[in-house]
Design a protein around this ligand. Structure first.
Ligand code: AMP
Ligand code: ZN
Length: 457
């Protein structure tokens, strides 16, 4: 079985051949930590978690390095810090915002069944040269200037896009086209309108670091060039993120990294997930049509949201609807009922084959449904491999009830009373208890195995 991945750069599905099977290396752009992440932001996290799990299976857990950064320097963060903590000095306010948001992000994606990446560098730790000698942004920018790929103008350092003959290859935007169609006002200090900021000056009340170009802060793209090089080297295997990152972010990462290191590529496979949509539009903060992971987790177990995401192939858009989430919840209820307490099976080859075809998760789900009605051992093992069944069947039931505000121990006590009433054939009392439960929003079901219950939605 061969892993094949669709590469945005070459626009084809290709067999995956790692540079070093002893250390397979993947970088995925992480969140800018100024606010709750929405369910659209969760898509790359879940998709690349599945790929991480697959790579670990294929190459061994110790032989895969997955880096996902945290962007903790950004003008949106500054604005949020000033708004939320007006009494604090900006630096302290920023730290409060970024720490709180990063913690929330970790809790959210853990609830979605995602493994932590191998490394999670924070941009602010990679601005200036480091004691451990790992790559940093200031040194990268110096290198770009020294090699004739960057210039200083009006207090900024800019990347000179004309210095790179094949700039634009990832997004397919030719520099000439960008120039010809330049309706954007050309900043007078730029040699070319497409040139982008590597470093900009900070005013006294903005966060800043000392540099050869004065006190300032980095542009967004240079962060990822530095942090990927720091942990994965100048050239690595897989670089991922959402579709909106192709241009300008990844295009510019490629330009910086290749020109600073003098390499022909930055990463060998570029993977991009499609968007989560709401009513036909991309879910985004700026449109205001978003629902946060945190809000959804108040209503649904994280595994329901994870399943709902994986029903669609990562290169197709998802329309996020309540109906689809409800279907996913019913599916998981069934899976937990039949498989949560099964522990003696092996990961199914069919699941691996589906995932190896460019993460074909719809195919994977079809295979799972087949196993559900056949080999329950392989079914349970495959679900665990995929980040499901993290709880026991009993925990799953009580989680559902907690989420709905029903007191599970009270319900269980009433059900015990009712069972006792039925045993002594006191059906009047048992019916009374059933009505009492119904009034609490709890539906019960009697079977040979006993009485189960669920919260009537
Ligand atoms: P941001 O915090 O906006 O930089 O986004 C973090 C990650 O989420 C990036 O990989 C984005 O491409 C991705 N992303 C943002 N919005 C969506 C969306 N609606 N659907 C899927 N991915 C998204
Ligand atoms: Zn990035």
């Amino acid at each position: 079985m061969e892993l094949r991945l669709y590469d945005t750069l070459t626009r084809e599905k290709r067999p995956f051949v790692p540079l070093d099977a002893g250390n397979v290396r993947m970088y995925v752009c992480g969140p800018t930590v100024y606010d709750f992440a929405h369910i659209g932001n969760a898509r790359p996290v879940i998709v690349f978690d599945v790929l991480f799990r697959l790579l670990r299976h294929l190459y061994g857990e110790k032989h895969v390095t997955y880096v996902r950064n945290i962007t903790d320097v950004d003008d949106k963060i500054n604005a949020r810090a000033a708004r939320d903590f007006p009494g604090l000095p900006l630096n302290q306010a920023i730290r409060k915002v970024t720490e709180k948001t990063a913690n929330q992000f970790h809790a959210d994606v853990a609830a979605l069944g995602c493994l932590p990446p191998t490394y999670e560098p924070r941009a602010t730790d990679f601005v200036r040269p480091r004691v451990d000698g790992k790559a940093d942004m200031v040194t990268l920018i110096k290198e770009l200037i020294a090699r004739g790929h960057a210039y200083e103008a009006a207090g900024e350092v800019l990347f000179d896009t004309r210095s790179m003959p094949d700039y634009g290859a990832l997004s397919g935007r030719k520099l000439e086209e960008q120039l010809a169609g330049a309706r954007v006002a050309v900043d007078a200090h730029k040699k070319n309108p497409a040139d982008f900021v590597l470093w900009k000056q900070s005013s006294a009340d903005e966060p800043g670091w000392e540099s050869p170009w004065g006190r300032g802060r980095p542009g967004w793209h240079i962060e990822c060039s530095a942090m990927s090089a720091a942990y994965l080297g100048d050239v690595f295997d897989i670089h991922g993120g959402g579709l909106d990152l192709i241009f300008p972010h990844h295009e510019n990462e490629i330009a910086q990294s290749r020109c600073a290191h003098g390499t022909r590529t930055m990463a060998n496979y570029w993977l991009h997930n499609e968007f989560v949509h709401v009513e036909g539009a991309k879910m985004s903060k700026s449109l205001g049509n978003f629902v946060t992971i945190n809000e959804l987790l108040a209503d649904w177990p994280g595994e329901v949201l994870r399943l709902n995401m994986l029903k669609t192939h990562y290169r197709s858009p998802i329309d996020w609807t309540l109906k689809s989430v409800e279907d996913s919840a019913r599916t998981l209820d069934d899976w937990y009922r039949v498989a949560a307490d099964v522990h003696d099976g092996k990961l199914s080859q069919g699941i691996l084959e589906a995932l190896s075809d460019d993460l074909n998760t719809p195919q994977m789900l079809a295979t799972l449904h087949g196993l559900r009605n056949g080999d329950l051992g392989a079914f349970a093992a495959s679900l665990r491999f995929l980040g499901f069944l993290s709880k026991s069947a009993a925990q799953w039931e009580s989680r559902k009830q907690e989420a709905s505000g029903v007191d599970a121990s009270r319900v269980n006590a009433l059900i015990a009373d009712r069972t006792a009433a039925r045993a002594r054939r006191d059906f009047k009392e048992s019916d009374r208890i059933r009505d009492q439960l119904a009034a609490m929003g709890v539906a019960i079901k009697d079977s040979k195995e006993g009485t189960t219950w669920e919260v009537a939605r």
